[in-house]
Design a protein around this ligand. Structure first.
Ligand code: AR6
Length: 172
């Protein structure tokens, strides 16, 4: 069976998938990085819907429509800020991936794309974050029948290389 895991170097706002994941902050009212790019591309209706969600805790996920994006849904999750690894960052980051997949599956999504959550402004080392991303997706997918494709959408060539190596190793 072909692996459901794929790695791309792309702007996540351009992907034609059922759901893209946003690396948001707990206000869910927008910000910089991928969050800013998603709000700009989706249009102002996204902020209106986000205002009704009452924010989101670290490690949890909430779903909105995709509005002007090619993606049908946006799943907003809040990654942990990196404090050196001793403040439960790994568990919280794993929860982001698990909860995002679960909410996507509960809305019937077949394909989902993740950015490298927490590895920008929030400072999580990309190698450590990528290991958690790949391991958590691999362990969660068998419980979720609807999801057939998971894309790790990397912005930089160096992030792409990190993920590609891990995904290749996981497929062996
Ligand atoms: N497509 C894909 N990936 C992107 C894009 C894009 N268009 N733009 C940036 N990235 P960050 P965080 C990558 O900082 O660390 C926001 O202000 C980026 O290169 O967006 O979770 C929120 O509101 C990096 O690899 O998210 C929060 O306050 C990855 O996305 C805070 O930043 C994540 O970087 C969240 O910080």
């Amino acid at each position: 069976m072909p692996s459901p895991l794929h790695v791309l170097q792309a702007d996540i706002t351009t992907l034609k998938v059922d759901a893209i994941v946003n690396a948001a902050n707990s206000s869910l009212l927008g910000g910089g990085g991928v969050d800013g790019a998603i709000h700009r591309a989706a249009g102002p209706e996204l902020l209106q819907e986000c205002r009704l969600l009452n924010g989101c805790k670290v490690g949890e996920a909430k779903l909105t429509k995709g509005y002007r994006l090619p993606a049908k849904f946006i799943i907003h999750t809040v990654g942990p800020v990196w404090h050196g690894g001793k403040r439960n960052e790994a568990d919280l980051l794993a929860s982001c991936y698990r909860n995002s997949l679960q909410i996507a599956a509960s809305h019937g999504a077949h394909s989902i794309a993740f950015p490298c959550i927490s590895t920008g402004v929030y400072g999580y080392p990309v190698e450590l974050a990528a290991q958690i991303a790949v391991t958590t997706v691999n362990s969660t997918l068998p419980q979720l029948d609807s999801i057939r494709e998971v894309i790790f959408c990397c912005f930089s060539a160096s992030d792409f290389a990190v993920y590609q190596k891990l995904v290749d190793a996981a497929a062996e």
